[in-house]
Design a protein around this ligand. Structure first.
Ligand code: PRT
Ligand code: ZN
Length: 286
């Protein structure tokens, strides 16, 4: 029988859509109808298991799944022995400490003696120990943000992305305990066939992610400005230069990082570039 890799992804929730989108952009076709617990890819040796995020590290450690997509916060909290294969750039958030707005909190040592409510007691315990703080941890499984207002705790340690939940509950974010994003994890003892499939998957994931953060740029430039313009453009190797029908002008093509987009296009314009076009890239193999 053909060997497959089993990947565990979140069944529903904040990581679900981006996980599915990433697999689909890797060219992996599968149906993921409601309430399905597992499905087989049609054109890639992969079986997809849909699970609660909290259970994913355990399943991967036990080898029920070979690999999984999970938040670093969950990985750290479950403390399972897994390989972190790749950061995936979505599901970004931070695990932070927050206190009521009225609190006199100024510095970390003010946490000494405080009751802190959290669902992340392992991570918090490590953080307090590292910083030599004696805090009292109250493990609760949900709605951590209401703990101070009902008198259950003096502070909370919870996940934050926009910060609006903390704000709505009259809390002030004071320290970041850890930053987190979705990561691809793998069992430490993958079979050689699964390891080879994982390599293929990684190759595709990197091509997809690289393409997402890059743009293809085309512009026209007078020939006497070509050298300056080529120096502004990073390019994969060097820009492509094609002569235009109009004498003394060339078309220049290159790839730029999305983050440098405005800076680069401004410089290009200042240096005589015209007709600048920027287009998305679907896949990028380098
Ligand atoms: O059902 P299952 O157990 O699988 O899902 P879940 O409900 O436990 O997790 P889910 O879907 O809420 O989150 C999955 C993962 O998404 C987390 O483990 C994080 O890695 C990541 N993530 C990214 C977040 C957030 N951003 C986030 N904002 N997880 C939770 N939140 C919470 C936050 O704690 C706050 O209460 O969302 C609320 C809104 O955040 P603000 O700061 O934008 O107001
Ligand atoms: Zn969960």
């Amino acid at each position: 029988m053909e060997q497959k890799i089993k990947i565990a992804v979140q069944k529903s929730g904040r990581l679900y859509e981006d996980s599915i989108k990433l697999l689909k952009e890797c060219g992996i076709g599968f149906s993921n109808g409601m309430n399905k617990l597992r499905t087989e890819a049609q054109n890639f040796p992969m079986e997809i298991l849909f699970l609660r995020d909290d259970d994913i590290p355990q399943y991967v450690e036990d080898g029920v799944a070979d690999i999984g997509i999970v938040g670093e916060n969950i990985l750290a909290e479950t403390g399972k022995a897994l390989n972190l294969v790749e950061r995936l750039g979505f599901g970004k958030c931070r695990l932070s400490l927050a206190v009521p707005k009225s609190s006199a909190y100024e510095k970390l040592s003010d946490l000494n003696g405080m009751k802190i409510a959290t669902s992340y007691s392992r991570v918090l315990q490590g953080y307090l120990k590292e910083n030599k703080i004696q805090g009292e941890i109250h493990e609760i499984s949900g709605s951590v943000e209401i703990a101070p207002s009902i008198g259950l705790a003096d502070a909370v340690c919870d996940l934050v992305s926009s910060g609006s939940t903390l704000f709505a509950n009259g809390l002030r974010e004071v320290e970041t305990v850890m930053s987190s994003e979705a990561v691809l994890v793998a069992n430490r003892n993958l079979g050689s066939e699964q390891a080879a499939i994982l390599d293929k998957l990684l190759f595709r994931m990197r091509a997809v992610r690289k393409a997402r953060s890059n743009r293809y740029i085309l512009l026209n430039a007078p020939d006497e400005k070509l050298e300056t313009i080529c120096n502004i453009l990073p390019g994969m190797k060097s820009p492509t230069i094609l002569p235009l029908a109009e004498k003394g002008w060339s078309s220049v093509h290159s790839v730029i990082d999305e983050n440098d987009f405005w800076e680069i296009t401004e410089k290009l314009k200042e240096n005589g570039a015209e007709g600048i076009l920027v287009v998305p890239i679907e896949k990028m193999i380098i």
